[in-house]
Design a protein around this ligand. Structure first.
Ligand code: CA
Length: 242
């Protein structure tokens, strides 16, 4: 697996490259955002992106990367940059890790992100999820169409570009439309079974999905509980016409 590490601090990049190498990762290391954007021509399997870069804002690098590719992105941030993390997740980053962190923790995150974003999960998944992933055709939901096999989403026939995590979140909510999915269950399923820490990332992804779907009514907030997916304008009682 090939990683692109965009990090200007050699004291971090050096040990990281070496440590990741021990886990079998190939690391291409660049020190600037510009080099990172140029380096993606080699199509890395995943990008590790430091947000504090000398030549450009790491968030701009993230936005640029996402605009041209669906490559998984893990942001590396300094502590106390929560606002940046949330913006980064909204821009399409898949996860973040706050400095300082250990190589083992990073490897766990890389594996979790890869597992979520690859078509074939290398680890056993619950049966209902396995069945879902083998679903033969796209799931229609009003004007929306969710294709779990190709991981494509269409709205009124037009492709909606989603980040891997946004897709997983939408697909999860769509497994049971109209039902409230609790925050914790979403975090456990869409993020990581052992997710800990603030769940603001969930709100950021919901906000991004609402924006991309063009109507906030697609995802309803059940305050203090969670979220549910409904087709706007069709949130009627069962048996009601329309
Ligand atoms: Ca830095």
């Amino acid at each position: 697996m090939r990683l692109l590490l965009i990090e200007d601090d050699d004291r971090i990049a050096g040990p990281l490259t070496e440590g990741l190498g021990r886990y079998g990762f190939t690391v291409d290391h660049v020190r600037t955002g510009a080099a990172g954007l140029a380096g993606t021509d080699g199509t890395p399997d995943l990008v590790l992106l430091d947000l504090g870069l000398p030549d450009m804002d790491g968030l701009d690098v993230c936005r640029n990367l996402r605009a041209r590719s669906a490559v998984p992105i893990i942001m590396i941030t300094a502590r106390g940059e929560e606002a940046d993390r949330i913006v980064g997740l909204e821009l399409g980053a898949d996860d973040y890790l706050a400095k300082p962190f250990g190589v083992r923790e990073l490897v766990a995150r890389i594996r979790a992100v890869t597992r979520r974003t690859s078509g074939a999960p290398p680890f056993p998944v619950p049966t209902h999820q396995a069945a879902r992933s083998e679903a033969p055709g796209p799931q229609p939901l009003g004007p929306l169409e969710i294709n779990r096999r190709t991981r494509q989403v269409r709205l009124d026939g037009a492709d909606i570009p989603l980040t891997p995590r946004e897709f997983d979140l939408l697909a999860h909510l769509a497994e049971d439309p109209g039902t409230v999915h609790s925050r914790q269950h979403i975090m456990d399923t869409v993020w990581d079974p052992h997710f800990f820490g603030p769940t603001k990332t969930l709100d950021a992804h919901v906000a991004a999905l609402r924006r991309k779907l063009g109507d906030p009514a697609w995802i309803t907030t059940s305050r203090g509980v969670g979220f549910r997916l409904t087709v706007p304008g069709q949130d009627a009682e069962p048996g009601t016409a329309g």
